[in-house]
Design a protein around this ligand. Structure first.
Ligand SMILES: Nc1ncnc2c1ncn2[C@@H]1O[C@H](COP(=O)(O)OP(=O)(O)O)[C@@H](O)[C@H]1O
Ligand SMILES: [Mg+2]
Length: 251
């Protein structure tokens, strides 16, 4: 593979279940269509679901990277990767939560940094919260896509995140309001949200990107944005996602 310097894009949040994983899969699909070479890393050691959602059966996963690095057995990165699409490779999360406890996240972030030599974008899915593992990763991240929903608890924890991280990462943090995850919660206006979290909303994923029969897609291992027959209710909303992808490529 040719050498190039790509970037690390991490998707995170303060709450679980806000739609990070579905979002990152859709984004990966769009970027792949733009002919970007993507490495999708499942950095959610315990709750990771990318391999499951893409119907992959990885022979090695993120635990083996850490374990082999620690034991001087690491050879080439390709052996830890499961191909999904011509432009999307995957590093799966642990199969067994006991593996998760043994991962050295410093080794993994080193691996992720190294992968920017081989991919245009290393797209990293995480668990929620300011865990030690996430802080290590965010420190090395070029673009942080911080997913929020229209939810009071989310606002409170997001404010905390911004208070802690804004000084360190500043412009790297992009807030993404996800309205596609549920049947449409809109209690707070964007203005309310901005004043509650102390930061602008950079992108909104509209409700029309709600996928009704999501489970059937996931069971088939399909990425919606790569599915030609799928039509979203509002094409403009999909275009918004495409614009976000373009920004990411250009940032
Ligand atoms: N675009 C969407 N359309 C329909 N349901 C969604 C969508 N995004 C998320 N969901 C629902 O929300 C659940 C949690 O999403 P997920 O991406 O796994 O969240 P997280 O990774 O933040 O924990 C999914 O299992 C799915 O049921
Ligand atoms: Mg997830």
């Amino acid at each position: 593979m040719e050498k190039k310097k790509g970037k690390i894009v991490t998707v995170t949040s303060s709450k679980g279940g806000v739609g990070k994983t579905i979002f990152i899969l859709n984004l990966a699909g769009i970027l792949a269509k733009m002919d970007q070479k993507i490495l999708l890393v499942d950095y959610d050691f315990i709750g990771g679901s990318i391999a499951l959602n893409l119907d992959l059966e990885p022979s090695k996963n993120i635990f083996h990277i850490s374990d082999d690095l620690l034991n001087n057995r690491y050879q080439n990165f390709e052996s830890y990767i499961t191909p999904y699409h011509k432009n999307i490779d995957v590093v799966a999360s642990c199969k067994d939560p006991r593996q998760a406890l043994k991962i050295d996240s410093e080794n993994i972030t080193m691996f992720i940094e190294n992968m920017t030599n081989y991919y245009d974008i290393v797209l990293v899915d995480t668990t929620h919260g300011l865990t030690k593992e996430n802080i290590l990763l965010l420190d090395k991240t070029d673009i942080i896509l911080y997913i929020i929903t229209n939810d009071l608890m989310d606002m409170k924890n997001t404010r905390l995140f911004m208070d802690v991280m804004s000084d360190i990462k500043g412009d790297a943090i992009k807030v993404v309001l996800n309205n596609s995850r549920d049947m449409g919660l809109n209690y707070f206006s964007k203005y309310d949200i901005r004043s509650m979290i102390g930061k602008n909303i950079d992108y909104t994923i509209d409700h029309s990107l709600y996928i009704k029969n999501i489970t059937s897609f996931l069971l088939e291992g399909e990425i919606f944005t790569l599915n030609k027959s799928l039509t979203f209710k509002d094409k403009n909303d999909l275009r918004k996602l495409e614009r976000m992808a373009m920004d990411i490529v250009e940032m």
